[in-house]
Design a protein around this ligand. Structure first.
Ligand code: ADP
Ligand code: MG
Length: 243
């Protein structure tokens, strides 16, 4: 098994708030890992440390064997392999759907406009939005915007996709379309690290579920164990509240 992400003794504080307390954790090639846990437990901070949107004080993050926390590591090179989808879609409002999906390809990956467009169209097709290429974000529903954000991330050919509560900002009737796209990605073999409150999705799609509380990993394992038959009281208390 190839480790795509390896996290060793990750520690992160904001002032006196010790948010991540020695996280050790790996994600293998092709694996879908769902991270669950109460609000404030450090899930977003963990994801943000994986692509160095936050700088950890202690510990290491390896992506494909390369230590991206090493001072000599070039940040753009490290991030190139990592796609990230946020709760708020963060599309460029002044760019249409196609341009949202090509701009980083041409600027960061130096692809030609023609190649970038071809890749973008293929990925917009994948998320079911090939009829929206000329639309602007404001003309789309939240679910459609989130699917554009997924297509945009995929267009960079990432080795791993990080999702931080991708459906939490959506109206309930729009959640399903986004989860369907994510399910399809998982079936295609994409390596995914997903913070989510969608327990049905985690149960069905995750190879492994990680329960975090108070900056530590309390338990992890197959969904049938962690969600279906948790071994820790903290996990049981959390699940009772969300299920
Ligand atoms: P979760 O995603 O599990 O809800 P977060 O990782 O967002 O948790 O937050 C964990 C803790 O870190 C919280 O106490 C939060 O207030 C704090 N925190 C997160 N980001 C920042 C930041 N940029 N500055 C200060 N505190 C932060
Ligand atoms: Mg969060």
């Amino acid at each position: 098994m190839t480790e795509l992400i390896e996290i060793k003794n990750l520690n992160k504080s904001f002032g006196t708030n010790h948010v991540l307390r020695g996280i050790d954790f790996t994600v293998s090639q092709g694996e879908v890992v769902c991270v669950i846990g109460p609000s404030g437990s450090g899930k977003s901070t963990l994801l943000r440390c994986v692509n160095l949107l936050e700088q950890p004080e202690e510990g290491q993050v390896f992506v494909r064997g390369e230590d991206i926390t090493d001072r000599d590591c070039h940040l753009d090179d490290a991030r190139k392999h990592i796609g990230m989808v946020f709760q708020q879609f963060n599309l460029f409002p002044h760019l249409n759907v196609l341009a949202n999906c090509t701009i980083a390809q041409t600027t960061v990956l130096r692809r030609s406009a023609a190649e970038a467009e071809q890749v973008a169209r293929a990925n917009l097709d994948r998320v079911g939005l090939n009829d929206k290429v000329t639309a602007y974000p404001a003309q789309l529903s939240g679910g459609q915007q989130q699917r554009v954000a997924i297509a945009r991330a995929l267009s960079m050919d990432p080795a791993v996709m990080l999702f931080d509560e991708p459906t939490s900002a959506l109206d309930p009737e729009l959640v399903g379309d986004v989860l369907t796209v994510m399910r399809k990605l998982a079936l295609d073999g994409m390596t995914m690290l997903v913070v989510t409150h969608e327990m049905a999705f985690a149960r069905e799609v995750a190879d492994r579920v990680v329960f975090m509380d108070d900056g530590v990993i309390v338990e992890q394992g197959p969904p049938a164990e962690v969600i279906g038959n948790p071994s820790h009281e903290r996990t049981r208390v959390f699940l009772k509240r969300v299920l």
